[in-house]
Design a protein around this ligand. Sequence first.
Ligand code: ZN
Length: 257
Amino acid sequence: MMRDMARLVVLAVLAALLSPAAPAATSPASPRADLPLAGRLVVVDPGHQLGNARHRVEIGQLVDAGNGETKPCNTTGTATNGGFPEATFTWRVARRLAARLRALGAEVVLTRTTNSRDDWGPCVDVRGRLGNAGYRGWERPADLKVSVHGDGSLSGGRGFHVIVAAKPDGHAASTAFARAVRGALHDRGFRSATYTAGGRGLTHRSDLATLNLSEVPTAMVELGNMRSVADARVMTSTRGQQRYAAALATAVRRYLG
Ligand code: ZN
């Protein structure tokens, strides 16, 4: 009896070893150190929140703007003429961007984790500070932050523009990253805005808390003008959102890689 059992076990082991369906030997989980963004920490900020319009009091509270003044916690964001909200656009692009960066080995933190009519915020001061060393217990600063928006200009113009904080010092890294964003968007066929930033696709502003309060290289990008019918067509489409995310992932990789 014991001998039969032993023979059965031997046969089973042999069958498993010889079976063409047997899975290939697996190595222990690799740290994926070979990936281009391994060890990098990136904050992705999807602008606004779907429920901001239903929480006017909450988003109206004044917060530090990072330039010596205060400003409202957040705004509703814009929308296409057809009613597609900026919050949903930024959420979809940010999620796709995060997935691409994680696939390249990066650790990614989003400034909001829902796109819900029941939620509001976070406020722009939180968006600005998230990624700074020491804030919310982070032991090390993020390597990079990208804030994703869509513009709402009634000018009829179209195209993207990248925004960097107009700080007296220390924004060279942010400007370099902003140039990488602009270059990657051009490479994907997107054009610099015709209606702002002097047509250069890059500008500096001093009134944005998201940029002012960040101590890590940070750029905000208005990926298109949602009030432009031509831009809205791209921004509301899955393919367009994927193209934006791919361009931003390329920019991050070029800058950090
Ligand atoms: Zn916005």
